[in-house]
Design a protein around this ligand. Structure first.
Ligand code: G4P
Ligand code: NA
Ligand code: NA
Length: 194
C-alpha cells in the first residue's frame, strides 16, 4: 500500500535491526486520514468474504479496525489484555507469549460478542512473532467462529509470524511487509497487487 510505505519511509524511525517506531501515526499519535485509507484497503481485500465482525486487540489494533469496521458496516471487538471490573462472566481467554518481554499474558473477549454465527476478520497493527494473532485465532476457535483471514498494517517479514500463520493455512493480508531494517532503513517487499 503506497501511502503507507511513504508514511513509514517519511516518519518511521528504525530503532534497531528489529524494531520500527511508528509513534507519529499508529502507536501513539494517530493519523485518521491514513487509518481511513487502511480501513478502505482491508475492506477492499476482504469484500467477498462475508465478514460479520472484526476482532482485534487493544490498544494499537483498535484505530485501523474501527475504520475498517466503519467502511464495512460491521462491529469491532477488541480483546482485553487486563481484567475488567464489569466484564467478568462468560469470558473466552487465550494465552499470549511475549518473546521480547519473556512473559505470558492472558487476553480475553466476552462470549456475548463473538459467537458461532460470526465470520471474523482479525486485524492488528504489527505482525512480528505472531503470538497475538495466534491468541486471537484461539479465541475465535473457542467461540466456534470462522476466520476469513488476518489483516496486518505492518508485517516484519524477517520475523517468523507471517510464515507461521501462512503455514497453518491462515490467509494473511499485510498492507506493508518490511524485509529488513538493516542500516537504519526500512526495505519493503514489493507485493503483487491483489
Ligand atoms: P513479540 O515478541 O511477538 O514481538 O511480541 P511482544 O509482546 O514483545 O510485542 C510487544 C508489542 O510490540 C506489541 O504491541 C507488538 O504489536 C509490538 N511490536 C512488535 N514489533 C514492533 C515493532 O517493530 N515496532 C512497533 N512499533 N511495535 C512492535 P503491544 O505491546 O501489544 O502494544 P499496543 O498494541 O498497545 O501498542
Ligand atoms: Na503495538
Ligand atoms: Na498490537
Amino acid at each position: 500500500m503506497k501511502q503507507l510505505h511513504e508514511k513509514i519511509s517519511l516518519e518511521g524511525r528504525v530503532l534497531s535491526e528489529e524494531v520500527l517506531k511508528v509513534d507519529s501515526f499508529l502507536n501513539h499519535q494517530i493519523d485518521p486520514g491514513l487509518m481511513q485509507a487502511i480501513g478502505e484497503e482491508f475492506s477492499r481485500r476482504f469484500k467477498n468474504d462475508r465478514i460479520t465482525k472484526i476482532l482485534t486487540i487493544e490498544s494499537s489494533g483498535i484505530a485501523p479496525s474501527v475504520m475498517a469496521g466503519l467502511i464495512m458496516g460491521i462491529p469491532v471487538v477488541f480483546a482485553r489484555k487486563r481484567a475488567s471490573l464489569t466484564l467478568t462472566e462468560g469470558l473466552i481467554s487465550a494465552e499470549v507469549k511475549s518473546f521480547t518481554k519473556q512473559t505470558v499474558n492472558t487476553i480475553s473477549v466476552s462470549g456475548d460478542y463473538i459467537t458461532a454465527d460470526d465470520r471474523l476478520l482479525i486485524i492488528d497493527d504489527f505482525l512480528a512473532n505472531g503470538q497475538a494473532a495466534l491468541g486471537l485465532l484461539d479465541i475465535a476457535d473457542q467461540a466456534g467462529a470462522s476466520v476469513a483471514g488476518v489483516g496486518i498494517v505492518i508485517e516484519k517479514g524477517f520475523q517468523p509470524g507471517g510464515r507461521l500463520l501462512r503455514s497453518q493455512g491462515v490467509r494473511v493480508e499485510s498492507l506493508a511487509i518490511i524485509d529488513s531494517l538493516a542500516d537504519g532503513k526500512a526495505v519493503f517487499r514489493e507485493e503483487a497487487e491483489t
